[in-house]
Design a protein around this ligand. Structure first.
Ligand code: ZN
Length: 326
């Protein structure tokens, strides 16, 4: 902040210097004309004071010192590659990383999930993202602030088709597939909510939709475990990435009703139920645990834990007691 203030002060001095020397040479103005100038000046000042808002000041500072806004460079050089969606090697992935999810913006206008993340029996492979219904030409938005890493066309009927990958300041990467038009270029800096592309039906796709992935160092995390698409928000402010939360999130399938709108097809709900099948897992409460920490560690939500265990958010946790996770 001190640095910014110094910048402002020095730029003000630079701006004012010519005005000061000019006024010294200006000849004296008769009082009547001067009074008019004076009131004009005051009127102008009042006007300015009325108009300036915090947002304007922030925008002004942002434009003045764009470098202050740019994130640390290492996340944008580490494994930076404009071709491969996963440009990391498993060896680089840390055991634990807390990802800041604040500032999330929905990648689409309000919509519903047409296909969840998870294993697709029909294709015998993992679906590494979530499909959100869009029409061809609908605007697609950046989910967080970040820098565009890939803008690419994978082919007419192949894979993602036209797709964009953005690396975010919070170290997550998001992938947007089956687009019809790009609105960004590689290495562009984007803000959460900036239009980045138009939705489409390119690549391996059977109808217009957005294929949306969230990856941390190449690991495609189930987006439903991070985002609450029905309410256009995140489940929590932070997501704790560990190999454990990643694996648990793979099976995370909220009830169709909690994340899909009424327009959701029956196909979606049956798909969710299928992937929700399997044995329940349990966690033994340890000293210092809180519901939100347990939820974050296991890729679930506090409200879901409460529902499964007949608890409220204010319930006391008993060390050694088992809590149901799914
Ligand atoms: Zn998809």
């Amino acid at each position: 902040m001190q640095k910014i203030l110094n910048h402002i002060i020095s730029s003000l001095i630079v701006c004012m210097a010519p005005a000061l020397s000019a006024s010294a040479e200006t000849k004296i103005v008769p009082p009547a004309a001067h009074a008019q100038q004076h009131s004009d000046l005051i009127a102008g000042q009042l006007n300015i004071n009325n108009q300036i808002k915090v947002q304007d000041t922030e925008d002004f500072l942002g434009n003045l010192f764009p470098e202050e806004e740019e994130p640390e460079m290492d996340i944008y050089t580490e494994g930076w590659d404009s071709q491969a969606v996963n440009c990391y090697s498993a060896a680089q992935v840390p055991d634990e990383m807390l990802l800041d999810l604040r500032g999330f913006h929905m990648p689409t206008a309000p919509t519903y999930v047409t296909s969840p993340y998870g294993y697709r029996r029909r294709f015998r492979r993992m679906h590494l993202g979530i499909d959100l219904k869009v029409q061809v030409g609908d605007t697609i938005y950046a989910a967080f602030d970040g820098k565009v890493r890939i803008v690419r066309n994978q082919g007419r009927r192949k894979g993602y088709g036209l797709y964009v990958v953005i690396r975010h300041n919070n170290r997550l990467e998001t992938v947007y597939g089956h687009l019809s038009k790009f609105l960004v270029q590689p290495d562009d800096y984007v803000k959460a909510g900036d239009p980045i592309a138009l939705g489409g039906n390119t690549g391996h796709s059977t109808g217009p939709h957005l294929h949306f992935e969230t990856r941390y160092m190449g690991y495609a995390i189930n987006p439903a475990a991070i985002f609450d698409f029905a309410n256009h928000t995140t489940h929590t402010d932070q997501y704790l990435f560990t190999k454990n939360t990643y694996m648990n999130a793979r099976d995370y399938a909220p009830d169709a009703a909690t994340y899909a709108s009424a327009e959701s097809t029956t196909k979606t709900s049956s798909a969710s139920k299928t992937s929700a099948k399997g044995r329940s897992s349990y966690y033994t409460i340890r000293r210092g645990d809180t519901l939100s920490r347990i939820a974050a560690r296991h890729g679930t939500t506090v409200s879901k834990l409460c529902r499964l265990n007949g608890m409220s958010t204010s319930s006391k946790l008993t060390v050694g007691k088992k809590i149901r996770l799914n």
